[in-house]
Design a protein around this ligand. Structure first.
Ligand code: GAR
Length: 201
């Protein structure tokens, strides 16, 4: 049993939110080391419904409601910061975060990407891998830095590309290995450090 309060996690997303749903299922498990305290999108993402159904607060911070990217980035950092997260997870968030987000959450912000980085970074990892004709692709969980999917790699899993794969079929199989991997990384990063041998009880 956990004696400590579960670590606060904020999830950022832009799309359908099956990754958020996987994280919400893990957060609902008994003794989860983390709790999702907010889901925040940059558009009216349908995936926010997963959070609403789970009673998790949501917010939308739209780029177009701000005079420029810097103002949007600052507002995003402020909105995320309002939920006091220990960890920020980009789960299908399709926009680059800027200096304000990196300043506030650098070192405790991770991203999941549907390719084996450093191959096929960017917004179309599945499509680009398929177009290149690779026989194996996969998913990566990385730390977020200022580059496009250039942060330190925390975990990777591979998926075979089938001859008749489409972008949709391949992405679906990638998600099946990507989501448990991301949940494992989030659990690991939020688990209380076990006391070292010899530590006073
Ligand atoms: C995930 O496969 C994630 O890796 C990808 O978007 C999907 C989100 O799916 N992210 C990127 O491509 C970021 N470059 P979902 O909306 O069903 O959670």
């Amino acid at each position: 049993m956990h004696s400590t309060t579960p670590a606060r996690v904020v999830v950022l997303l832009s799309g359908g939110g099956s990754t958020l749903a996987a994280l919400l299922r893990a957060h609902a498990e008994p003794d989860s080391p983390f709790q999702i305290v907010a889901a925040i999108a940059d558009v009216d993402a349908p995936g926010l419904d997963h959070a609403r159904r789970a009673g998790v607060p949501t917010a939308v911070v739209r780029l177009r409601d701000h005079p420029d990217r810097a103002a949007w980035d600052a507002q995003l950092a402020s909105t995320v910061g309002g939920f006091d997260p220990a960890l920020v997870v980009l789960a299908g968030f399709m926009r680059l975060v800027g200096p304000a987000m990196l300043e506030a959450f650098g070192g405790r912000m991770i991203n999941t990407h549907p390719a084996l980085l450093p191959s096929f970074p960017g917004a179309h990892g599945v499509r680009d891998a398929l177009a290149h004709g690779v026989k194996v692709t996969g998913a990566s969980v990385i730390e977020v830095d200022a580059g496009v999917d250039t942060g330190r790699i925390l975990a990777q899993r591979a998926v075979e590309v089938l001859d008749d794969d489409t972008e949709a079929s391949l992405h679906e199989r990638i998600k099946q290995i990507e989501q448990p991997m991301l949940v494992d990384v989030v659990r690991h990063l939020t688990s209380p450090t076990p006391p070292a041998e010899g530590d006073p009880l």
